[in-house]
Design a protein around this ligand. Structure first.
Ligand SMILES: NC(=O)c1ccc[n+]([C@@H]2O[C@H](COP(=O)([O-])OP(=O)(O)OC[C@H]3O[C@@H](n4cnc5c(N)ncnc54)[C@H](OP(=O)(O)O)[C@@H]3O)[C@@H](O)[C@H]2O)c1
Length: 244
């Protein structure tokens, strides 16, 4: 079974992506600080379906210095790595002028520095086996403005730039690098939007609804399929037409 790391795979979009990839026959190693009941239930469903596997590895990805040892430990436990989904992220909002400096540093660290460092160590192992896939979870706010999300948007735009240049660097090694940009999806990260916020997003979307966790899982699963072997350096938007 091919191994794929999904960061932030304990809940929300990450868990949806992890369960979908496991159902497609991959062995998924979900990383988060703590295991959840929803994760355990998904792992049971995968086991019952008899294809793929859903594993959990606890780690704090904000601890950048520990990332080389983390990758080493995962390789030792599960074997060679075929894929990486950089999904873990914070959604800290706020008007820039009033943002707490420590919260801002934490946001930049988890949403930019950490996925870049993790990708560095994971691709080192992919290079030796020639072949692999990387998917970075960006957001529609990387290209469309949203009030009080300027720093978060900067982190998500950074991932798109990272995706495109890394795709050029790793293409000759048969490693694809793509980004998925979800619109607003109902998870813990967006719980602060409130009823009025959700209604506004639905009204502005071409399909008059919000994208769901499963939709993002499907897009990522496609990028890991044979059909996507010639797709690299792109951004796949999953937003029910919010930015159409
Ligand atoms: N929801 C949306 O509308 C939306 C839209 C566009 C893009 N996105 C992006 O999609 C990704 C997932 O969002 P979500 O809505 O699913 O968020 P979520 O429900 O808050 O889940 C975040 C995940 O990241 C993990 N995580 C947080 N801090 C971590 C740390 N220091 N070390 C390791 N893991 C950590 C969490 O587990 P622990 O807390 O246990 O560590 C959890 O598994 C994010 O990158 C987000 O920017 C979301």
């Amino acid at each position: 079974m091919r191994n794929i790391i999904v960061t932030g795979g304990s809940r929300g979009l990450g868990l949806g992506i992890a369960e979908r990839l496991a159902t497609d026959g991959f062995q998924v190693i979900a990383i988060a600080r703590s295991q959840t009941e929803v994760f355990d239930a998904a792992a049971q469903r995968v086991k019952a379906a008899g294809r793929g596997a859903l594993q959990f590895h606890a780690a704090d990805l904000a601890d950048i210095e520990a990332i080389p040892a983390l990758v080493k430990a995962i390789r030792k436990e599960f074997g060679a790595l075929y894929g990486l989904v950089n999904n873990a992220g914070l959604g800290t909002g706020g008007l820039l002028s009033g943002m707490n400096d420590a919260a801002m540093a934490q946001l930049l660290r988890l949403n930019i520095h950490s996925p870049i460092a993790l990708t560095k160590y994971v691709t080192r192992t992919m290079m030796t086996q020639k072949g692999g896939r990387i998917v970075n979870i960006s957001s529609i706010v990387a290209s469309n403005g949203f009030n009080a999300l300027s720093v978060y948007s900067a982190t998500k735009a950074a991932l798109v730039g990272f995706t495109k240049s890394l795709a050029r660097e790793l293409g000759p090694l048969e490693i694809t690098v793509n980004a998925v940009a979800p619109g607003f999806v109902d998870t813990e990260l967006t719980s602060g939007l409130g009823e009025a916020g959700y209604d506004k997003i639905v009204r502005r979307s071409a399909l008059r609804r919000m994208a769901e966790v499963e939709d993002v899982g499907s897009a990522v699963a496609f990028l890991f399929s044979d059909g996507a072997r010639n797709i690299t350096g792109t951004v796949v938007t999953v937003d029910a037409g919010n930015t159409a």
